[in-house]
Write a protein that binds this ligand. Structure first.
Ligand SMILES: Nc1ncnc2c1ncn2[C@@H]1O[C@H](COP(=O)(O)OP(=O)(O)OP(=O)(O)O)[C@@H](O)[C@H]1O
Ligand SMILES: [Mg+2]
Length: 246
């Protein structure tokens, strides 16, 4: 199986504190992965290292089998932060989504094509002219995701995409992620709300104290989740996500 992203022996030390220690993991092309673990385990710092926002003390990050420098990673890996609203800066949804591709120096026609694609994929057609400040939490997060899609990344990383969202907004973001997965994007979602999306993922990484403690097919690791204080209900139907209403 081809790898979209590989992390090799990555360590990060800040002011003498070991934040990440010999982290090695890989994401298969087109897979939808969860990255879980307790507060302070190192999840967000690992995403920042992957993206190129933080320089690791040692180790390599590979894209498509080749070591990728920070500049390449900044371009090919997208990171949606928890406070996605901070990433939304323009006067309308479509202008906001156009911001990234415009900054890449693409011509107007190509920007338009990408904006249309991202808006359609995220189901934001009715919101295109609306001011981002007036969107609901879920719509705003979808707008942030559309903004990164328009830059056509290979890998999409999301840090706590369900934080502060109510049921309809959570559902909207989960559906958006499922759509991205169906489209073949390689995705890693960091979240404490494993019960909301783990059943849709194929891969699970569990971090503990700066290390990857477990990695494998999500379903094969369910029994280990309580060891890391992660709980999911055992007998819920996950088909239509309606159990989330409870
Ligand atoms: N600039 C820094 N200086 C010192 N320690 C830092 C710095 N940035 C992060 N850390 C530490 O790195 C560790 C990992 O942080 P990180 O944000 O990656 O955790 P996390 O797994 O994302 O946790 P959470 O679930 O709470 O978001 C934490 O103990 C944090 O205090
Ligand atoms: Mg975090």
């Amino acid at each position: 199986m081809e790898k979209a992203l590989e992390v090799e022996d990555l360590s990060l030390t800040i002011n003498g504190n070991t934040i990440l220690c010999d982290v090695s993991c890989s994401l298969e092309k087109g897979s939808f992965a969860a990255l879980c673990g307790r507060n302070g385990a190192g999840k967000s710092q690992l995403l920042r290292c992957m993206k190129g926002l933080r320089k690791p003390s040692s180790g390599n990050i590979l894209i498509d089998g080749a070591v990728a420098d920070e500049k390449t990673r900044m371009k090919r890996i997208a990171l949606v932060f928890q406070n996605a609203e901070m990433q939304v800066v323009s006067q309308s949804v479509e202008k906001d989504i156009a911001f990234g591709p415009e900054n890449m120096g693409l011509d107007g026609k190509e920007v338009e094509r990408r904006v249309d694609y991202a808006i359609t994929l995220m189901g934001l057609q009715d919101k295109a002219k609306q001011r981002p400040q007036t969107l609901s939490g879920g719509e705003l997060r979808k707008c942030a995701i559309a903004g990164i899609l328009a830059m056509e990344p290979d890998v999409i990383l999301l840090d706590e995409p369900f934080a502060n969202l109510d049921y309809p907004s959570t559902l909207a973001v989960i559906k958006a992620l499922i759509t991205l997965h169906e489209k073949g994007y390689s995705i890693i979602v960091v979240s404490h709300e494993a019960e909301k999306f783990l059943y849709h993922t194929d891969t699970l990484f569990i971090m503990d104290k700066g290390r990857i403690a477990e990695a494998g097919h999500s379903s094969s690791l369910y029994s280990l989740l309580p060891d890391y204080d992660i709980y999911i209900p055992d007998n819920a139907s996950f088909e239509d996500l309606s159990w989330l209403k409870r």
